[in-house]
Design a protein around this ligand. Structure first.
Ligand code: UGA
Length: 339
């Protein structure tokens, strides 16, 4: 029998890509909820998709009915941009924590397996060479740095899910995306500073002829992973062949794509020069250093180095990320510059 998968937030960056891959590579039935449908419009009439337009907070009756009739629940609704953690910490708590806790409890009530998005942010300023799901410590700043409310909200949900698991009340898998990249991440044409994650922000800066702002000089590092590699791992988690993902936590990232933010900006400028119509834009762009207090406000603190250990996903799920960062950035640029 084909799996019935409920995806809350199906029009988001991960949700929309997950839907596309599920329709292409599996025979699963998908049920999705979201406020809008712009990223999934081409699939909206697909016979294996049931889509409901609506707000997680207002559709709890419908959601409970769907949970009763599905096999796996994937709650992807959350705000995940660092500028919002600083500007609207209560909004993060209410949506990312409170609203999702209700969904977790419904999974417990109806004994449904949950595949829940944790985050690389839970490790905070951990100084380990590579962050490990079972041994790394979580290192967060003080309360007057609300940047950590997202990390902390997600961490507590991870702990609640784990505790339900220990009590034999919930079947779960937690996955931790590490800087996933893809065309539908954020809209680079949205000019609000800090409203996008770094790659979309830099592409937007270049296309608007603005300077690229390197927060505190851009020496901080991230390991970026192409969304197609990330979704490949997520599909294995959902399929859960022979229970390989049962009661486990997996980092999903690509340590081979570890670059500094300055190197990322330089790479993007180099790549954009290969698009004839836009080459000019890139030659005019300056790299400027900006203090993080001025860019995000005083409630911000950065993660200097963030690299996942992926040995658990490699060994338990037989998964390997394959797409290098240049190829991944080129896919995003093709999407915005050639369409
Ligand atoms: C992100 C977000 O918190 C989440 O989307 C997610 O959970 C997580 O990381 C992840 O995807 O793993 P972060 O990597 O700090 O956090 O987010 P970005 O906004 O993409 O920033 C990356 C780095 O670029 C930061 O050091 C930031 O200060 C820097 N940056 C950003 C700039 O130097 N200039 C900019 O204009 C924007």
């Amino acid at each position: 029998m084909s799996l019935k998968v409920l995806i809350l937030g199906i029009n988001g960056f991960i949700g929309s890509s997950l839907l596309e891959h599920c329709l292409e590579k599996t025979d699963w039935q998908l049920i999705g909820l979201d406020l809008s449908e712009n990223k999934i419009s081409e699939f909206i009439k697909h016979p294996r998709l049931t889509f409901k337009k609506g707000d997680l907070n207002h559709e709890i009756v419908w959601i409970e009915q769907q949970i009763q009739h599905c096999d796996v629940v994937i709650p992807l609704v959350a705000i995940a941009t660092p500028a919002s953690y600083v500007k609207n910490p209560l909004g993060i708590f209410e949506l990312d924590f409170e609203a999702n806790l209700k969904i977790i409890r419904l999974c417990v009530k109806h004994q449904k397996r949950i595949v829940f998005p944790s985050t690389s942010e839970v490790y905070g300023m951990c100084t380990d060479e590579a962050f490990d799901e079972e041994t790394s410590n979580f290192v967060l700043g003080p309360i007057n740095k609300p940047r950590w409310i997202y990390s902390c909200s997600k961490q507590l949900l991870d702990r609640v899910i784990h505790a339900y698991g220990l009590a034999n009340e919930l079947r779960y898998t937690l996955f931790r995306p590490f800087n996933w990249l893809g065309p539908k991440l954020d809209d680079p044409h949205n000019p609000k500073p800090g409203s996008s994650r770094v790659v979309s922000q830099f592409i937007g800066n270049i296309l608007r002829g603005e300077a690229i702002q390197l927060v505190n000089g851009g020496q901080q590092r991230r390991s970026f992973i192409d969304i197609d590699d990330g979704i490949g791992c997520l599909l294995k988690i959902i399929a859960n062949k022979n229970g390989c993902a049962e009661q486990a936590i997996f980092n999903i990232g690509n340590p081979a794509n570890d670059v500094s933010i300055r190197e990322l900006a330089e790479l993007l400028l180099e790549l954009i020069k290969t698009y004839a119509y836009y080459a000019n834009y890139a030659t005019q762009v300056e790299l400027q250093t900006i203090n993080s207090d001025n860019y995000y406000g005083k409630g911000y603190q950065d993660v200097e180095r963030r690299m996942p250990s992926i040995k658990r996903a490699q060994q338990q799920l037989d998964w390997q990320p394959r797409i290098d960062i240049k190829t991944s950035l080129k896919k995003i640029l093709d999407f915005y510059l050639l369409n």
